[in-house]
Design a protein around this ligand. Structure first.
Ligand code: ADP
Length: 583
């Protein structure tokens, strides 16, 4: 067989790093003779682009590209340089014999393609539904087994057989997995979201199209490209067009902020994740000094000199604690402090089959996170997804698989994505999925307890500082220590709520925020912690299992708030007191 294939070196020459990965997953298999490959992506244009480059990268023997979609076949020459090649066999989608009358458009087009002399590339675009056609899949499997140079129906005696051209089939789906029968035979690849080089190209393209002078300043260009990370090329183009239309084609701070809002909305529309650019920092967190100090050190571990010293890039941490103790605030502050974007998702939401296939959801989130790297990925309430799973498993196959995929990714990922997962309770995880707590899975597991007296004071001050100072009576600042001794057992979120409530009431009464009002708002709180049974046991358990986020022991729950918990369990009434109340 007269193979005029390029060498790997030649085929990958001049490729940017982001394209080398594509080379290795798509073009290299073709170079080594694979005749069917499956590419999964939302981006049709990029798949078409890859198919078009096969001619110049792999071999000029690929002369024609046929694109088959539900609408029929479109064919084009890949290289128009040779006059003699101006013609090619058009694929027929008509039934050629009575036998074919019952076959689908896809099968007929594939048959027609495999019988052409010039071969080339057949791209089956948007084949999600077609993947369920057993006949098509069976034919693809045969072609995969026959290789790039299948014998034509006429047999090998054909005198032109030496000139037989390669026949490559590219199967594209949006979210459909490789059909089971094919998965071990063909190459399959999830095309990652575009990286900076491609996004920069989109920016340049839209600027050209809209008559905007392209940015010369590298730093500004980088910020615009950063703002596009996590989007597909099409989404990036659309967002830029929208931004320039609204902002009179100007590239300034305001238009960049607008672009970020557009991106936030696009990501939110997926229904499974949210994107923020937090501005919070560690100074917004009261207490939790052990954790904050550790996170401060971790930041430096992303740097090259830390890697040179053999230190592994930080993975992430699991934060365990009652609701309202500031776990999400920590994740936001890490992102703010490290100047990284933050992607957030809720595990239970991902597993909700109404929103789409759980596994596809998980894949989508991880793809977006990787393309945004370096970034912070927050997984909210990771324990909720496991509730009801129990050690027996039950119908938990999907849940286990999806979380398993996530944990594997956590171990293997190369991109700088710092994961912060939050959980209210580890007992569920420990019984249903102990591998999630395995040593080395996370940099650390932290126990975030209720705030101690001093921390309550800090949180109080942080939230009072958010109110314009002229709205607060002088005396309030002198009394914060005394006020922080009230109602021990409340969480940071409850303190924040009490401060807001006090401010609101004072506003309506047309008064300044007073010690009296603040005292009463805090005293009136019914702490959530008083409704949590088994907190003391959890604390004991956590001592062995996790690091304490705060160096000072928190309020000890000895007796519950009478009113609040009466309904819960009359026999086990607690009330909260702290060992540090005296200070
Ligand atoms: P969790 O994620 O643990 O449920 P959050 O981080 O959502 O709790 O807390 C809700 C809000 O409570 C925060 O946005 C913040 O206003 C306040 N808060 C909680 N803990 C703290 C803290 N340690 N310091 C300052 N504010 C806090």
């Amino acid at each position: 067989m007269d193979m005029k294939f390029n060498t790997y070196k030649k085929a990958s020459k001049g490729m940017k790093e982001e394209h080398l990965d594509i080379m290795d997953h798509i073009l290299l298999p073709v170079l080594t003779g694979q005749s069917v490959i499956h590419i999964r992506t939302h981006e049709e244009n990029r798949v078409i682009g890859i198919c078009e480059s096969i001619n110049s990268r792999i071999s000029e023997d690929f002369r024609v590209l046929h694109i088959l979609s539900e609408a029929g076949v479109e064919s084009d020459l890949l290289s128009s340089s040779e006059g003699e090649d101006a013609d090619f066999t058009a694929l027929s989608t008509q039934a050629s014999s009575p036998n074919e009358a019952h076959t689908s458009l896809h099968v007929r087009a594939l048959n027609s393609f495999l019988s052409t002399k010039e071969g080339g590339v057949l791209l089956i675009l948007g084949a999600d539904a077609a993947c369920r056609q057993t006949e098509l899949i069976r034919r693809l499997k045969t072609h995969a087994n026959n290789g790039l140079f299948p014998l034509t129906d006429e047999g090998g005696e054909d005198e032109d057989n030496n000139d037989e051209s390669p026949k490559l089939v590219v199967l594209h789906t949006i979210s459909q997995d490789t059909p089971e029968t094919l998965s071990r035979t063909i190459q399959n690849y999830d095309l990652p979201l575009p990286r900076d080089g491609t996004l920069s190209g989109s920016l340049r393209g839209v600027c050209r199209e809209m008559g905007i002078t392209d940015i010369q300043d590298d730093k500004i260009r980088k910020n615009w490209v950063l703002a596009l990370r996590g989007l597909t090329s099409k989404e990036a183009e659309r967002s830029l067009q929208q931004t320039f239309t609204v902002h009179d084609s100007k590239m300034n701070v305001e238009s960049l902020a607008y672009l970020q809002t557009v991106k936030r909305n696009i990501i939110k529309q997926t229904g499974i994740m949210e994107f923020h650019e937090p501005t919070t920092s560690f100074s917004d967190i009261g207490g939790l000094t052990n954790l904050v100090e550790d996170l401060g050190l971790r930041q430096g571990e992303f740097e090259v000199h830390a890697r040179d010293a053999g230190i592994q890039s930080p993975k992430g941490c699991l934060l365990v604690g009652l609701p309202g103790t500031g776990k999400s605030l920590i994740a936001q502050s890490v992102a703010g402090e490290w100047a990284m974007p933050m992607l957030e998702f809720n595990m239970a939401n991902v597993l909700d089959s109404y929103v789409g296939g759980s596994e596809a959801n998980m894949k989508k989130i991880l793809a977006v996170a990787e393309s945004m790297a370096p970034c912070v990925l927050m997984v909210d309430e990771i324990d909720k997804a496991l509730s009801g799973l129990g050690s027996a498993g039950g119908d938990s196959g999907v849940t286990r698989r999806v979380i398993g995929n996530f944990l594997t990714w956590l171990n293997d990922r190369k991109a700088d994505v710092y994961v912060i997962a939050t959980a209210n309770d580890l007992s569920e995880i420990a019984s249903a999925m102990p591998e999630m707590l395995r040593k080395g899975r996370w940099d650390d597991i932290w126990w975030v307890d209720l705030p101690d007296r001093k921390t309550r004071q800090q949180i109080l001050e942080i939230h009072l500082h958010k109110i314009p100072s002229e709205r607060i009576e002088e005396g309030v600042w002198e009394q914060v220590t005394a006020i922080s001794k009230l109602n021990p057992g409340i969480t940071g979120a409850e303190i924040a709520a009490a401060v807001n409530e006090a401010n609101r009431i004072s506003f309506h009464q047309e008064k300044l925020l007073s010690v009296k009002q603040l005292t009463s708002s805090i005293e009136e709180l019914k702490p959530l912690a008083s409704g949590i049974r088994g907190l003391e046991e959890t604390r004991k358990w956590m001592k062995d299992f996790a690091r304490a986020a705060s160096p000072v022991p928190a309020a000890k729950v000895v007796k519950n708030s009478d009113v609040y918990l009466a309904a819960f369990d009359a026999s086990k009434q607690f009330r909260t007191t702290t060992p540090d109340e005296q200070d």
